[in-house]
Design a protein around this ligand. Structure first.
Ligand code: GDP
Ligand code: MG
Length: 167
């Protein structure tokens, strides 16, 4: 059985890095520069008993003045429509207006959401993260909240298990 899962979030939170880690291949270009991912990129995680198709999306942008931003928003929004659920990627303790905008779109789309709190490697003191995690977790009835590091791979296996349970 193969499930379809979208990876969404504002630019630069680490969506493409996470996709590459999940599928064990560099299928999506990552960069410090926002807007590196301009199209939908699909990666397949094949395990013994299950297969997950992940769709990496361009980041969603509040700023819709530029045509390229409008196009990328459209691509991101349409890839949410036909998935079983969504991985909503945010950064450790940083919450931007863009994160809120993505969250509002997810609420409107009425899709089940797993919250992925990325870049936890940046926090030496994990206790620093807890109040933020609790606040984040209260913003929506998330299927689960998974803190991880897409870069180091820390806790990515836990995310894979959570995804498998939902499929
Ligand atoms: P996207 O725009 O959401 O697809 O973000 P990218 O995957 O392109 O990553 C944006 C930047 O964040 C890149 O410089 C990545 O190396 C960095 N990054 C991604 N994941 C992590 C992480 O877990 N820890 C740290 N420290 N940096 C990360
Ligand atoms: Mg990307």
């Amino acid at each position: 059985y193969a499930g379809l899962v979208a990876i969404v979030g504002r630019p630069n939170v680490g969506k493409s890095t996470l996709l590459n880690k999940l599928v064990g291949q560099k299928v999506s270009i990552t960069s410090k520069k926002p807007q590196t991912t301009r199209h939908r990129i699909v990666g397949i995680d094949t395990q013994e008993n299950f297969q997950t198709v992940y769709v990496d999306t361009p980041g969603l942008h509040i700023e819709e003045k530029r045509a390229i931003n409008r196009l990328m928003n459209k691509a991101a929004a349409s890839s949410i429509l036909d998935v079983e659920f969504v991985l909503f990627v945010v950064e450790g303790t940083r919450w931007h207006d863009d994160d809120q905008m993505v969250l509002n779109k997810l609420i409107a789309a009425k899709k089940p959401v797993i919250l992925v709190v990325n870049k936890v490697d940046l926090y030496k003191d994990k206790a620093e993260l807890l109040p933020h995690l609790q606040w984040l977790g209260s913003q929506l009835n998330f299927l689960d909240v998974v803190p991880l590091s897409a870069e180091t791979g820390d806790n990515v296996t836990a995310l894979r298990k959570v995804v498998q349970q939902q499929l």
